[in-house]
Design a protein around this ligand. Structure first.
Ligand code: ADP
Length: 304
């Protein structure tokens, strides 16, 4: 099974081009869609979840035409939206049962068994009698996964699932997602690099509605080897460095900015057309954050 998206485009009535000729091949397993806020992730997710239409393009889940066979798609789809909406003051058991009925399972005994199995699976069984509205952010997201798993979906879409979770909740959520199984396609959209790093064997970087990279996170990191340099600098020097070098990120380490710059030349030996990192930079082990920021920055420089 694979999901093949070709030339998907969407412009909103206000003129915002949220998807610009998006083509992706998504295999089974966990797939990360990485992009900053406003990149177009939710638009893509909602389109694949049959909740809105594209202007152009196709999306095929094997033989299933996602954009035109919506009812059939919904039978094999599990969706955890970015905003789940307002939870009524009903227990997890009752709310999950309600979703199960909506999914077309009406047999009472079957429903009861499914409610219990799903709540066990997401580790909420002992909290099953509590109102979902009283759950913590992490518990709500786990409940969201339980409802997305109803009916053994083949395509599971989770939109920004870890935003707002504390590190402990995020870890529990990672563990849950990683247990979903390899025989389904799980697309996870996120602006958090760590989500993709920990969970996904394939990914795409999306920026301003366009796909800038698709492939394995590991391969993307390998491609950057030898091109990332770092230096700890004084805070007041940051603007100068940003002007002089191709600074792709800066984060505070013990109160001082540690800048990462992208350069294809080595310190002291300048290559024509490239920046000389100069004295004091040391070669840094690239990570997915470097990939993400350098990819987006290169695109911004081109389109500026
Ligand atoms: P992301 O999920 O990556 O944050 P979105 O798909 O929500 O991105 O948004 C992509 C772009 O489309 C943004 O510029 C956003 O403001 C715009 N957008 C999203 N939904 C609508 C809408 N219903 N009407 C107009 N513009 C929209």
């Amino acid at each position: 099974m694979q999901l093949i998206i070709q030339h998907l485009s969407k412009t909103y009535p206000n003129g915002v081009k949220a998807l610009d000729d998006v083509s992706l091949t998504i295999p089974m397993g966990m797939y990360g869609l990485l992009g900053q806020n406003g990149a177009g992730k939710s638009t893509l997710m909602r389109t694949l979840a049959t909740l809105q239409d594209a202007d152009r393009g196709t999306a095929m889940l094997d033989d299933l035409d996602i954009l035109n066979q919506k009812e059939a798609v919904r039978r094999v789809l599990g969706y955890l939206p970015q905003e789940f909406g307002v939870y009524p003051k009903v227990s997890a058991t009752d709310l999950l049962d309600h979703f199960i009925v909506l999914k077309g399972i009406t047999n009472g005994r079957e429903r009861k068994e499914l409610v219990e199995a799903l709540l066990q699976r997401v580790n909420l069984y002992e909290h099953r009698k509590k109102a979902v509205s009283s759950y913590s952010g992490g518990m709500k997201q786990r409940f969201g996964i339980a409802q997305a798993l109803i009916g053994n979906p083949k395509l599971i879409i989770v939109d920004e699932p870890t935003a707002g979770l504390d590190p402990g909740e995020r870890n529990r959520f990672y563990n849950l997602l990683s247990e979903i199984g390899e025989n389904v396609i799980v697309i996870l959209s996120t602006h958090i690099v760590q989500d993709v790093m920990e969970l996904c064997n394939n990914m795409a970087i999306i920026h301003q509605g366009r796909v800038l990279y698709s492939g394995s996170p590991m391969a993307s990191v390998v491609e950057l080897k030898g091109k990332i340099w770092e230096k700890s600098i004084a805070k007041s020097d940051l603007p100068t460095y940003q002007q002089q070098y191709n600074v792709i990120s800066s984060k505070l380490v013990a109160g001082k900015p540690l800048v990462h710059i992208y350069s294809e030349s080595t310190p002291g030996e300048s290559t024509p057309g490239d920046l000389d990192p100069g004295e004091g930079f040391v070669s840094a082990q690239p990570d997915l954050e470097d990939v993400f920021f350098s990819t987006i920055q290169a695109d911004t420089l081109v389109t500026r």
